[in-house]
Design a protein around this ligand. Structure first.
Ligand code: ADP
Ligand code: ASP
Ligand code: MG
Length: 595
């Protein structure tokens, strides 16, 4: 018998009428012949209200007690949902995370799922019940209640769908599906018929609040077809399928996102030698802070600056950790700025098309937005901007890439559903059967690209439009740029490094020289660099991946020149002569997790 999981978010169960509407949907699915598991969030803004209450009684509530408190929100809604179903003549049993047997680790407020037992749910389903599972929660080994992080009910739903072998995981929410960007921020955002795992993973971790990014890790790892749709009482329109294929093969950018509350930390004047990034990022991983936009500026006099962004909510923890580590790496100071936002464009098509980065930079410049930092990876470009310009920046890029207009050739809802089902049929479990626990890191492989050279512009005076000037000049020379890392040094001048194919390094240097003649600054190049990458799923949310890389390379005395991270990949640039040694060091370091 086919089984479906239906998840209802907070706004979709905000009052009695909505709860009854959700209950009717589940009953309808059951009448159509499915077994139904509902995953329910806390009603409306209940979780926010509980967080606020906690803060009123204690400045820093203990994480264990926070979980005890927050889990009650979901407990209220599952009980009401079971009553609503009973009231409509159906049969239902509500279960907490602990009652289901959602086992997690003990990192309170950010717990990861280790395993889920299906036995009790299956027994209830076979007895004709609708099972109503509390989202967002589990229990650790000692039966302490844990929660999965804000927005975590999505992750509960997709994880349940994975272990139950569900035919579909439906995510009911307050918008019609996944849009090209948050429709509340950009009026002409467009609903996509489907979106690929890798794109939504990036979008979600770069600020698109529509899905908890860890839920997509499950979706991808266990090939769960996900359908995001509107819970509105009178709608039955198809929403968006999250599956293996993108909406369009030939569009470079498929969506954009804004992280409003971002903060930047710069460790100034560290000694420029192997092991320094390791020390800093080790201190951050120890306190479970995920970093993004890592920018390492080539040093003067054997000193370098390392700068990176974290969520503003992690700033205090991150600063404390970095300050403690700073002394060991002889840093002269640790700076931070909390008033920044990150705007990103994402698209699978970017990996094979040129001219995305420079178009984005030009669009921002034309809207008067100054770019404070840039990092890129194969399928995204992120720019750090001042917070007050964040929204204007998001709108500018949405317009520039014409995201409001449907792509000329695109996969239909039906195509993507078929692709998602086909992937489900394939033997996905083989890949994950080696995992000890469900949310373990999955690494697909380690790669060496030894075809690249690197160009670096230093001391470029900071002004709007410089990145656009630089990358337009490079694109005009027909050069394919791979990684870009741009940052503003402690001296207020911009530093930009980018990699290009070795065969094009002379043209790239010439193009860069033309630009610095106009703007000021100097150009240097390294004709032989190696890019080492680790690819997998949930790479950034597992803070240990970058760390393992840094540790393995540092043990071989290899200096890391550039870093870029994404949810599916971490890239580092090192000296070309050390490429092969670096590759084998990484292969050894990840041997136990390569799936
Ligand atoms: P739920 O309570 O159902 O989990 P959320 O508030 O977590 O709902 O997520 C839905 C919200 O996500 C929408 O109301 C919308 O404002 C926001 N959102 C952000 N980015 C996107 C996007 N790319 N597409 C659709 N919605 C988005
Ligand atoms: N109720 C939790 C929250 O508000 C979990 C969720 O809604 O996904 O974060
Ligand atoms: Mg949500």
């Amino acid at each position: 018998m086919s089984l479906i999981v239906q998840k209802f978010g907070g706004t979709s169960v905000a009052d009695a009428e909505k709860i009854r509407a959700a209950a009717r949907r589940a009953l309808r699915a059951q009448q159509q012949g499915h077994q139904v598991v509902m995953v329910v969030s806390a009603m409306g803004k209940n979780t926010d209200m509980l967080v606020d209450l906690a803060r009123q009684v204690c400045d820093q509530p203990p994480a264990r007690e926070m979980d005890m408190l927050l889990s009650t929100g979901e407990q209220v809604s599952v009980a009401l949902m079971a009553m609503a179903i009973t009231g409509l003549g159906g049969r239902a049993v509500s279960l907490t995370g602990g009652q289901i047997g959602v086992k997690t680790d003990s990192s309170h407020t950010q717990a990861r799922i280790l395993s889920i037992s299906t036995e009790r749910m299956q027994r209830l389903l076979d007895g004709g019940n609708i099972v109503i599972a509390a989202g967002f929660q589990g229990v650790d080994e000692d039966l302490n209640i844990t929660t999965l992080g804000r927005g975590g009910s999505d992750t509960s739903a997709v994880a349940l769908a994975a272990v139950l072998g569900a035919q579909m995981c439906e995510i009911y929410t307050d918008v019609d599906g996944v849009f090209t960007t948050d429709p509340r921020l950009v009026a002409d955002a467009r609903k996509m018929s489907n979106v690929s795992h890798d794109e939504i993973l990036e979008l979600a971790s770069l600020g698109a609040g529509i899905m908890h990014s860890r839920s997509i890790e499950f979706g991808k790892k266990f090939n769960v077809p996900i359908h995001v749709r509107n819970s509105g009482m009178f709608t039955d329109e198809p929403g968006t399928i999250i599956g293996p294929i993108p909406e369009s093969e030939n569009r470079a950018v498929s969506g954009c996102a804004l992280t409003k509350a971002e903060a930047r930390i710069t460790v100034v004047g560290v000694s420029d030698k192997p092991g320094v990034s390791l020390a800093i990022f080790e201190s951050l991983a120890d306190v479970n802070v995920a970093v993004d936009m890592i920018m390492q500026t080539a040093g003067h006099d054997g000193r370098a600056d390392i700068s990176f962004t974290v969520l503003e909510s992690d700033l205090h923890r991150a600063l404390a950790a970095v300050q403690a580590a700073a002394e060991g790496v002889e840093a002269t100071q640790v700076l931070h700025a909390a008033n920044v936002s990150k705007v990103s464009v994402v698209g699978l098509g970017m990996a094979t098309q040129t001219g995305v980065a420079d178009r984005m930079f030009r669009a921002l410049a034309e809207s008067g937005v100054n770019i404070e930092a840039i990092t890129t990876s194969a399928i995204k470009v992120s720019c750090l901007v001042s917070r007050e310009q964040g929204l204007a920046a998001l709108r500018a890029v949405h317009t520039e890439f014409e995201l409001g207009r449907p792509p000329s050739e695109r996969a239909t809802f039906a195509d993507s559903l078929a692709a998602a089902n086909a992937a489900k049929e394939a033997d996905a479990m083989a890949v994950v059967s080696r995992l000890q626990s469900m949310e373990d890191l999955t690494v697909h492989g380690v790669e060496l690209d030894d075809s690249q050279a690197m160009v670096t512009l230093t001391d470029v005076p900071d002004s709007p439009g410089i990145s656009a000037d630089i990358f337009e000049a490079v694109a005009a020379a027909g050069i394919l740029v791979d990684m870009i890392v741009q940052s503003i040094g402690a001296n207020g001048k911009t530093i930009v490094s980018f990699t290009v194919p070795k065969t094009q390094v002379d043209q790239a240097t010439a193009a860069a020289n033309q630009v610095v003649e106009k703007l000021g600054g100097t150009v240097g190049s390294e004709s032989d660099v190696a890019i080492l990458s680790v690819t997998g799923i949930g790479i950034r949310s597992h803070t240990g991946v970058g760390l393992r890389m840094f540790r393995a390379l540092s043990a071989k005395d290899i200096n890391i020149e550039l870093v870029s991270t994404s949810e599916v990949k971490v890239n580092v640039v090192i000296d070309g002569a050390q490429g092969k040694v670096g590759l084998s060091a990484l292969e050894a370091a990840f041997a136990d997790v390569i799936g």
